[in-house]
Design a protein around this ligand. Structure first.
Ligand code: THU
Length: 128
C-alpha cells in the first residue's frame, strides 16, 4: 500500500524531468489507478506557450494510454519544485473525468501533505 508521502515522492522525481524553460516551474504528478498501477507525468512546455501540457494531464494521459478508457484514478499527487499549489482548474476538470467525488488529491501546503477530495476541488464541474 503506497502512502501519500510515497506518492508525492514519485511526483517529485517526475518534476525533475519537466521541460519548463519558459516558466521555470518544474511540476510532477503521480497517480495510482484502481488496478494499483502507478503513473507519473511532468509538465512539458512549448515555445508556443499555449501548447504547454500540465504534469497532471500528462500523468493521466499516460495512464489512459496504458490501461485504456476505463482507467480510474484512486489517488493523485502533484508537486512543484520550490513552489506549492493544488492542480489548476483545467487539470481538475480532467482529473474529474477519471475520478469519483471521494477521490483524493494530494499536494503540499506549508511544507506538509494536504489532501482534498474531488468534490472539494471541483464542485459543480462540467458533465454531459
Ligand atoms: N502547471 C502544471 O504542470 N500543473 C498545474 O496544475 C499548474 C501549472 C505547469 C504549467 C506550466 O508549465 C507551469 O506549471 C507554469 O504555469
Amino acid at each position: 500500500m503506497m502512502s501519500a508521502p510515497d506518492l508525492l515522492e514519485h511526483a517529485r522525481t517526475a518534476a525533475a524531468k519537466a521541460h519548463a524553460p519558459y516558466s521555470k516551474f518544474q511540476v510532477g504528478s503521480a497517480l495510482l489507478t484502481h488496478s494499483g498501477r502507478l503513473f507519473t507525468g511532468c509538465n512539458v512546455e512549448n515555445a508556443s506557450y499555449g501548447l504547454t501540457v500540465c504534469a497532471e494531464r500528462n500523468a493521466i494521459f499516460h495512464a489512459v494510454a496504458e490501461e485504456g478508457p476505463g482507467m480510474k484514478i484512486a489517488t493523485l499527487a502533484v508537486i512543484a519544485l520550490g513552489h506549492e499549489f493544488p492542480p489548476c482548474g483545467a487539470c481538475r476538470q480532467v482529473i474529474a473525468e477519471f475520478a469519483g467525488a471521494e477521490t483524493t488529491v494530494w499536494f503540499l501546503r506549508d511544507g506538509r501533505p494536504m489532501a482534498l477530495t474531488m468534490a472539494e476541488l471541483l464542485p459543480c464541474g462540467f458533465r454531459i
